[in-house]
Design a binder for this molecule. Structure first.
Ligand code: B12
Length: 144
């Protein structure tokens, strides 16, 4: 199964004023855990690559993941929603999951605000990944 993990393109102060980006550690942890299980994983760090939404769209079209995972903070949440929407436009069968600090406290709001998101992760993502891999979670998604 192919998984794409995305730090969305976004404007944020630490990059624009201080010129700082740094690796999305949360996505890196998830990727290493999935790769250990044999999944093919690609991380898109859009701010560091200076990628726009069109670039992300192209990469999803080329890589053809079955699952797209997006990370989010409060100031970047609408960019995360856009990545989710683009993904579903490319292929509604791709499962879209979101995690990160914002959705950890605004889980239900996130699902209400963005219909393109299938699953919100909060609190113990590693544990929930394990559940998903065992198909204990969201059983209606046959492709998982
Ligand atoms: C290092 C850091 C940065 C770095 C690197 C950010 C990055 N690329 O990851 C820099 C300096 C660039 C940065 C920038 C910003 N940051 Co910052 N940052 C941090 C810091 C100190 C650590 C983040 C980290 O690496 N944590 C460790 C990893 C392992 O945890 P994690 O990212 O939360 O991921 C775990 C879970 O959340 C979850 N998860 C995360 N994403 C996903 C996705 C999926 C699909 C799944 C399943 C699970 C999952 O699984 C991970 C493993 O357990 C945190 C504070 C903190 N102590 O967490 C603030 C923090 C995340 N930053 C914050 C903010 C606001 C920002 C900026 C918006 C600041 C600004 N105005 O410019 C920007 C946004 C950057 C961006 N586009 O994401 C806030 C977010 C608050 C919020 N309400 O959302 C925090 C919490 C600080 C705070 N207390 O205010 N940041």
């Amino acid at each position: 199964m192919k998984v794409m993990l995305v730090l969305p393109p976004s404007r944020f102060a630490t990059k624009e004023i201080l010129g700082i980006t740094s690796p999305p550690l949360g996505l890196a942890y998830l990727a290493s855990s999935l790769e250990n299980e044999g999944y093919k994983v690609k991380i898109i760090d859009a701010p560091t690559l200076n990628w726009k939404m069109d670039d992300v769209q192209l990469e999803i079209e080329n890589f053809k993941p079955q699952l797209v995972g997006i990370t989010s903070t409060t100031p970047t949440i609408y960019d995360a929603y856009e990545v989710a929407e683009i993904t579903k436009k490319i292929d509604p069968e791709i499962t879209v999951v979101i995690g990160g600090p914002h959705v950890s406290f605004a889980s239900f709001t996130t699902l209400d605000e963005c219909s393109s998101i299938d699953i919100v992760f909060y609190l113990r993502p590693k544990f929930i990944w394990q559940q998903i891999r065992r198909k204990d979670f969201f059983l209606f998604k046959e492709s998982l």
